[in-house]
Design a protein around this ligand. Structure first.
Ligand code: ADP
Ligand code: MG
Length: 883
């Protein structure tokens, strides 16, 4: 259809839509936002609303759907979570004043990574917009890739960059993105090229390629210089991070492109994150340890957060605290003094019950200051936001007083830079009515006595109303009409109403305005004058209140840095006291974290499993790992005995200690760990199109290639995904490799159902056997859940099969077959028992002698015929293996 066939409205729509081809355009028509064409088709499906059409009788009706304007937010949220963006197009002039078509404009583009709206954000989660830049440099002969990552949470103003170098740069980048869970991820589009390799592992955020120029160093530097009002980047402390800066520039550019009317005044700092500040947790370990999400869930299935470590630990009182705890959990510390500082503070909160209770009570009335202060800075905070802020600031002096006697360094540091912000509280409280509404455009905001102008106008309108009441009494008397009333409505303003029966008594100076079925409405010059006084005053009052509110908000907007600082302080206190609360409630002990390398846990428990309802009471267990005689613990025992639980429990206790939390154990000494690696079986990755066994091997390879002798490795059922001999051989070789100090020597828990592995204890140093104990009576197996020294001698698979209810004939036959197999000589793989030192020194395959000859061949000194003859000779020798 050519555009001349379109109605003027549709032509206007098309003009506006052209500017937002990728977004769904919400086009305001009266009380609805309407969507047309493909937008309507798509949105009607995503929102489950009816698809109709405009001009049903025309030969080519336009598909149409719509949502009421007051309910738009919920629909926008749905479209955003489906990965779409929404352009909100408003009528920007009053239809009453419009000559012809009402003017319309897009006033905002909603994208998942640029949100600041309370209704669209999830309180306990950050909302990052991230970008990745990469660069390939030649480095000692080879090429080396460097990645820069930048992340901005517009809703709180937090903005940081990080760089990744070295062999595993792309893995580390992908892991960081998984931890970050950005809502939108930008990268430089490269025409004709596929999506970059690191992107393959990322799922979840809206990923969008952006113009390469945005990532160019000069453009990026300009963005940052403008943002932070500096003339060179040196002052920001990120001068060397050229790749990260390019990503940061792209983030800023994207924000300004999509939100042309918004500023980022509240973003005052570019933080630099270094690898060395926190433990690098890979995404596999985060998943296996079920830190923030249980493992066995489908993407959109509802799940209980309390079946995760976060769920168990999150006793925070505020959304800010909840977000910070999540961050701590995913970034455990790796410096002893940092860990001790947190443990000290948690310990003090645990010991000081009255202070803990009153601080936490105060924190419960703290709203999301971080996000409110952002909305203030961006000029969109509502009167209710400001009231919520005041309510939050009101607790500051009380909290400070309660913390006065604390000696923990973290708390003392917070107190040193404490800000009661009484002036800010007073400014809000003096101005705003306690029950100020959401909107600042309809009045009823400002307290009496705050502003003389407001008081005068309020008086004028009140007095005017009194005079009108007086006028009614006087007119009744003058006319003798008892039922005469002065009333008001929006269309006619004030009027005098007289019923039909009394019409003969209406005086001559009444001017008729409207006739009803049983009454007439009039006005008089005196009434008109009073009306102007009242409504004039009211209009002026609303405008003045709005002006005063906006002035207050912009004054507060100058104080964003103070609000952000106190938001940070309160979040920290919230997390520290929540960890103390969890420790007190669940009977956790303070771990001793040192650099000695031993992990000694007495009566450790799994923090999540012990909380599960309906199960048997949890049986605590000890663990002992060190860097000497107890480096590798081989744990055997039947299926369902508790091996996997024990492995995770040790991993979780170490992780909890290193975030500064107390731990579920009677006593724990934790020798600092640089990384925790897990390979836990049975996590099917069929969805990603890889076989389970392949995934298992990829994850194992990753561990063997990345771990150091300071790492903690948890291996669960390696080699299970293939045939018994294959699997056992791989498990055996992996255990040897880890055990060998020349190769790895990391502290390791190795759970396996191959009881043959227990022979390693005898063959290698640093290996200890343990098993999960079971009691066997009359062929029945009872799980005791106790870990004891020594290995299991059998796999008990048949017992488990019996428990599961396989027919007794099958069980019986299986026992026969097992007995036969065990009699035949097919036990463990043959490994030389006398081998000393590293297996790998002498067991590498020797190269074939022909390889040497090939290497020494001088091709340029040969004729083609000579070469052919040499090939024939080699082939002959290869075919006679004896030569
Ligand atoms: P495995 O890995 O040996 O097959 P799991 O670790 O999966 O066994 O544990 C099997 C079941 O036993 C789990 O449902 C768990 O809740 C329970 N369980 C494990 N360890 C304990 C324990 N120490 N106390 C009580 N129940 C436990
Ligand atoms: Mg298991």
């Amino acid at each position: 259809m050519s555009s001349s066939d379109l109605s003027p409205l549709m032509r206007q729509y098309q003009d506006i839509k052209r500017g937002y081809p990728d977004a769904i355009l919400f086009f305001r028509v009266g009380d609805f936002y309407e969507m047309f064409y493909e937008d309507a088709q798509e949105a009607s499906k995503l929102l489950s609303i009816t698809l109709t059409s405009r001009d049903k009788n025309s030969p080519a009706p336009v598909p149409l759907c719509g949502v009421p304007y007051h309910a738009a937010t919920g629909y926008i949220a749905k479209l955003l979570s489906a990965g779409r963006t929404v352009a909100l197009c408003e009528q920007v002039e009053d239809p009453k004043n419009a000559k012809g078509l009402v003017q319309r404009e897009v006033v905002r583009l909603y994208t998942p990574g640029t949100l600041i709206d309370t209704e669209l954000l999830s309180p306990g989660e950050s909302n990052f917009l991230a970008a990745v830049a990469d660069s390939t440099r030649s480095h000692s002969g080879g090429l080396r890739e460097i990645f820069g990552l930048a992340a901005l949470d517009v809703s709180t103003g937090s903005f940081w960059v990080m760089e990744f170098k070295g062999d595993q740069a792309s893995d580390h980048l992908a892991d960081e993105i998984v931890r970050l869970e950005p809502r939108e991820l930008l990268y430089a589009s490269m025409e004709g090229l596929d999506r970059p390799r690191w992107l393959h592992r990322i799922k979840g955020p809206r990923v969008c390629a952006q113009p390469t120029q945005w990532f160019e160093p000069a453009n990026a530097a300009r963005q940052l210089e403008q943002q932070f009002q500096v003339s060179s980047l040196d002052g920001l402390g990120c001068a060397g991070l050229t790749v990260a800066i390019r990503a940061a520039g792209a983030v800023l550019r994207y924000f300004h492109e999509t939100q042309p009317n918004a500023t980022l005044n509240h973003v005052r700092r570019l933080q630099i994150r270094w690898d060395r500040d926190a433990m690098h947790l890979d995404s596999v370990t985060i998943r296996n340890l079920e830190l923030t999400r249980p493992m066995a869930i489908e993407a959109d299935q509802a799940w209980r957060v309390d079946s995760t470590l976060l769920g168990v630990l999150d006793r925070t009182c505020s959304a800010m605290g909840s977000r910070l705890l999540r961050e701590w959990l995913l970034r455990p510390l790796i410096r002893l003094e940092d860990i001790a500082a947190r443990l000290d503070a948690v310990g003090e909160f645990k010991d000081r019950l009255p202070e803990r209770v009153s601080v936490r009570t105060a924190l419960r009335s703290v709203q999301d200051i971080a996000r409110i202060s952002t909305r203030i800075a961006l000029g969109v905070a509502t009167p209710r936001d400001l009231r919520a802020l005041a309510q939050s600031l009101a607790v500051l002096p009380e909290v400070r007083k309660r913390l006065d006697g604390f000696s923990a360094k973290l708390v003392a540091d917070l107190l040193r830079s404490w800000d009661d912000a009484v002036d800010l509280y007073d400014a809000i409280d003096a101005a705003l009515l306690p029950d100020a509404p959401h909107s600042w455009r309809d009045g009823n905001l400002i307290r009496d006595g705050y502003d003389a102008g407001v008081d005068d106008l309020r008086n004028a309108s009140r007095e005017g109303k009194n005079w009108i009441a007086g006028l009614e009494a006087r007119e009744k008397e003058r006319t003798g009409i008892e039922s005469l009333k002065i009333r008001y409505n929006h269309v006619f303003g004030y009027y005098i109403e007289v019923t039909k029966a009394n019409l003969p008594r209406v005086p001559d100076d009444y001017i008729r305005k409207q006739t009803l079925a049983n009454a007439e409405r009039y006005m008089t010059p005196a009434l008109k004058e009073l009306e102007e006084r009242v409504t004039g005053a009211e209009e002026k009052l609303v405008a003045l209140e709005c002006e005063l509110f906006e002035a207050l908000r912009s004054r507060l907007g100058q104080q964003t840095h103070r609000l952000q600082a106190m938001a940070g302080a309160l979040a920290t206190l919230d997390v520290l006291s929540a960890l103390a609360e969890a420790a007190a409630l669940r009977g956790y002990a303070r771990p001793l974290v040192d650099g000695q390398g031993s992990i000694v846990i007495r009566d450790g428990r799994h923090p999540v499993v012990e909380q599960l309802e309906g199960g048997q009471p949890f049986v605590p267990n000890d663990a002992l790992l060190d860097m000497d005689k107890n480096r590798l613990m081989i744990l055997t025992g039947p299926n369902m005995a508790g091996k996997s639980t024990f492995l995770r429990q040790v991993g979780l206790i170490v992780l909890m200690a290193q975030i500064g939390s107390f731990v579920p154990a009677a006593e724990a000494r934790i020798g600092l760990v640089d990384r925790i690696f897990t390979r836990v079986g049975a996590s099917d990755n069929l969805a990603r199109g890889q076989s389970t066994f392949m995934v298992e091997m990829v994850e194992t390879a990753h561990i063997l290639n990345s771990a150091t002798d300071r790492s903690l490795i948890l291996l669960d059922e390696i080699g299970r995904g293939t045939s018994t001999y294959d699997g056992l051989s791989i498990a055996w070789a992996v255990a040897e490799y880890i055990q060998d100090r020349a190769c790895l020597g990391a502290r390791t828990l190795f759970a396996t159902h191959y009881h043959e592995m227990t022979q390693l204890e005898r063959l290698r140093d640093g290996i200890k056997n343990y098993r999960v104990d079971v009691r066997e009576e009359k062929g029945q197996v009872t799980f005791l859940r106790r870990i004891v020294a020594g290995g299991a001698d059998r796999s008990y698979g048949i017992h488990v099969a019996q428990l599961a209810g396989l027919p007794s004939r099958v069980i019986h036959r299986a026992q026969q077959v097992l007995a036969q197999l065990e009699r035949s000589d097919t036990g463990i793989p043959t490994v030389r028992e006398d081998s000393q030192g590293s297996l790998y020194d002498h067991s590498l395959p020797q190269p074939h002698p022909l390889v040497d000859e090939l290497r020494q061949l001088d091709l340029f000194a040969m004729t083609p015929l000579e070469a052919l003859n040499r090939l024939a000779d080699w082939q002959r020798r290869l075919r006679e293996p004896t030569s």
